[in-house]
Design a protein around this ligand. Structure first.
Ligand code: AMP
Length: 116
């Protein structure tokens, strides 16, 4: 089993632990972050257990595109008409804590730049 198949996000995909799921299709699932950093904070993840962005392979191109379109869809569903921030933390210096690829959607307030 790969590194990501044992994470708590894979357990959310398999419904082994609860989550506030806001969207799901055959390739992806989106749920609210348990420690929200903005009024809207949602994680979009592939069901396929890719540990981090740098582990994705050329064959994953369509899946990565699908994840971005899922971000767009979920943001619209959440009414984020003023915009939102999409973040992918990768590896130790990227601040990644869960080793299953995930796209953060942060919205409902104006974001600052640069990030910490
Ligand atoms: P990262 O630091 O980019 O790896 O992001 C991991 C995110 O997962 C953090 O924002 C956590 O708050 C969030 N998180 C951890 N456990 C859960 C959980 N059980 N349900 C929802 N979000 C979670």
């Amino acid at each position: 089993m790969s590194e990501a198949s044992e994470t708590l996000f894979s357990k959310i995909v398999r419904r082994e632990i609860p989550a506030d799921i806001v969207y799901e299709d055959e390739l992806a699932i989106a749920f609210r972050d348990i420690n929200a950093q903005a009024p809207v904070h949602i994680l979009v993840i592939p069901k396929k257990p890719i540990p981090k962005l740098s582990d994705a392979e050329p064959d994953d191109g369509a899946l990565l595109g699908h994840l971005l379109l899922t971000v767009q869809r979920v943001a619209a569903q959440e009414g984020l008409t003023r915009g939102y921030r999409t973040v992918i933390n990768t590896g130790e210096d990227g601040g990644q804590t869960v080793h299953h690829l995930h796209l953060h959607i942060l919205g409902g307030r104006a974001m600052k730049w640069p990030p910490g």
